[in-house]
Write a protein that binds this ligand. Structure first.
Ligand code: ZN
Length: 152
């Protein structure tokens, strides 16, 4: 395990427009504002969703569409850097008219009906997403050793 300490910088409130792609719009805000380190929470509703599930044994994402209006019962994620650009990693729990939930990794193709986010920018070294051999995922890596870790 690695840990880094951060301080709060700016906090943005975002109201997404109807018809926007949720993930693309969130990343567009991060690019425009130069945010490559932060956390995200969001609520609202979507007209259709595309979510991902990562198969740990085959190391690949399976995506599935949920083609119906859904509430965003919970949305949570983070912003880091990948290949020099802001990268948003967001998970959603979506609920239908009966309150039944589906959830997963937010993928492009999830279309906003109405949604609101809080984006908190953090001050400190942005973690960079780099390929991880063990999991097959792009996981956080810090270049600088801030001295907060123990040996090894
Ligand atoms: Zn994920």
């Amino acid at each position: 395990m690695e840990t880094r300490a951060y301080r709060d910088r700016r906090t943005f409130l975002i109201r997404f427009a109807t018809g926007e792609d949720l993930l693309e719009s969130l990343e567009a805000v991060c690019r425009r504002e130069g945010v490559s380190c932060g956390t995200v929470t969001l609520i609202g509703s979507v007209s259709t969703a595309v979510l991902g599930y990562y198969h740990q044994e085959s190391c690949r994402y399976e995506t599935f569409a949920v083609d119906e209006p859904l509430e965003i019962a919970a949305g949570i994620g983070n912003v880091s850097a990948r290949l020099g650009a802001p990268f948003c990693h967001v998970h959603l729990v979506l609920s239908d008219a009966r309150g039944q939930a589906r959830g997963g990794h937010l993928m492009p193709g999830t279309i906003v009906f109405a949604a609101e986010a809080q984006l908190r920018e953090l001050r400190g070294e942005a973690p960079e997403r780099v390929p991880d051999e063990l999991t097959g995922l792009n996981l956080w890596h810090w270049e600088a050793d801030d001295g907060s870790r123990g040996g090894g």
